[in-house]
Write a protein that binds this ligand. Structure first.
Ligand code: HSE
Length: 403
């Protein structure tokens, strides 16, 4: 019987989940793929004397990269370094690589894709976007023959969990964040979640899949959720909307998509507005397909391990010779340059008087005038909105776009 040996880099929450799932599914993988899948090494700085996998732990990457019997390296360490160096070395050594590490895919996906092609191996990263949700593989295959107009999604479980708790239970931002961290959803440094960086990395990857260009994460206009106030959540509710942190890639002329990560107001009842808690969803607007939504658990050991181990199946089935890699074409294009052209309605709260709001914005819908004036603008470009907001001559307390 065929044998396929795995090495796992990182024995944290996800690495532990992957090891468990591979062991639990060994019989299933054997009968489904006709292949004996086994874990040969686990790389970590720590020892795990009480773990059933204790005997597989090594502290040296050389044991893995120089072992000709290792077929696939599963990198679940997170962070750019040394994940980048280990991935390059594994691909050069002719090993397939699977990762859940969105940071390294977003930053170096172009190099890895080229190395995988040159070495006739596979590079797969289903778990890097949407945790357990199968979205990368469909975008590369079954959805690929469509003209994709937009891909947008709730891409970060931690912020969705926080916003859901603020909306449903009136929790404070701080207590909802502490709860998300205790449940293991948040990144080690939660700034990556709450400032929108994690979602930016994920929309960078989705943009590469649907628009064939790899943008620098720094070139994506990114706003997190730290500025969202209880008053904004209540105002949204009063007009039948929820606030969700979205990553959006609006496909435009060749190679110049409009990409943004920011909180948006979504009408209650729309597909993405119903995605609550740690759940993620990715909605694709395509022709002739129409709208499709991929929904599921965006974080956590079990869901992420499911996507990682799922990536093994085509690798084993095609003997690693299935290097379907998307259009990771590096570009200097900055989506920040395109932002002034973005057109939408906005919710604004300001310290300006109601009279001044009407002078500048005309006959807008005013939501409330206690302590501050909250209103909804007509559709206008970012450029026009910024100029009107400065014309108010008073602080803007909040501004959130409508989807
Ligand atoms: N911190 C991430 C999230 C983990 O909350 O979605 C999964 O990428």
């Amino acid at each position: 019987m065929k044998k396929h040996n795995i090495a796992i880099l990182g024995f944290g929450v996800v690495g532990g989940g992957v090891a468990e799932l591979i062991s639990k599914n060994a019989d299933e993988l054997r009968s489904y793929l006709g292949c004996e899948v086994s874990i040969k090494h686990i790389l970590d700085l720590r020892d795990f004397p009480t773990s059933p996998f204790a005997g597989l732990v090594t502290h040296s990457y050389d044991d893995i990269v120089n072992d000709p019997e290792v077929d696939t390296v599963i990198e679940v360490m997170g962070g750019s370094h040394p994940a980048y160096e280990y991935t390059v070395a594994a691909l050069r050594a002719g090993k397939n690589v699977i990762t859940s590490n969105k940071e390294v895919v977003a930053n170096y996906g172009d190099e890895f894709a080229a190395l995988a092609r040159d070495n006739g191996v596979s590079y797969r990263f289903e778990a890097a976007v949407g945790g357990g949700i199968p979205v990368i593989a469909p975008l590369l295959s079954s959805v690929r023959q469509n003209k994709i107009k937009e891909v947008r999604g709730i891409l970060n479980g931690t912020t969705n969990y926080i916003l859901t708790k603020m909306f449903t239970y009136g929790d404070s931002f701080e207590s909802a964040l502490a709860d998300a961290q205790a449940r293991g959803y948040a990144e080690r440094n939660p700034d990556a979640d709450i400032l929108g960086t994690d979602a930016s990395r994920k929309i960078t990857i989705l943009t590469a899949l649907v628009n064939d260009v790899l943008l620098s994460v720094d070139n994506i206009p990114t706003e997190g959720i730290t500025g969202i106030r209880a008053a904004d959540v209540r105002a949204a509710e009063s007009v039948g909307h929820k606030i969700k942190l979205l990553g959006r890639c609006i496909v435009r002329e060749e190679g110049k998509p409009l990409v943004i990560v920011a909180p948006f107001l979504l009408p209650v009842g729309s597909p993405l507005s119903g995605v609550d808690g740690v759940y993620n969803a990715i909605e694709v607007v395509a022709e002739p397909l129409g709208n499709v939504m991929f929904y599921g658990q965006g974080a956590g050991a079990g869901a992420t391990a499911s996507a990682v181990v799922g990536d093994l199946i085509p690798i084993i089935a095609y003997d690693g010779k299935n290097p379907i890699v998307p259009g990771f074409n590096r570009t200097d294009y900055s989506a920040k340059e395109a932002l002034p052209e973005f057109v939408c309605k906005s919710y604004v709260a300001t310290a300006a008087s109601e009279e001044r709001v009407h002078e500048v914005f005309g006959d807008v819908t005013v939501l409330g005038t206690v302590d501050e004036v909250a209103f909804i603008t007509e559709e206008m470009s970012e450029c026009e909105l910024s100029s009107k907001l400065s014309d108010l001559g008073a602080p803007v307390l909040s501004r959130i776009r409508f989807l």
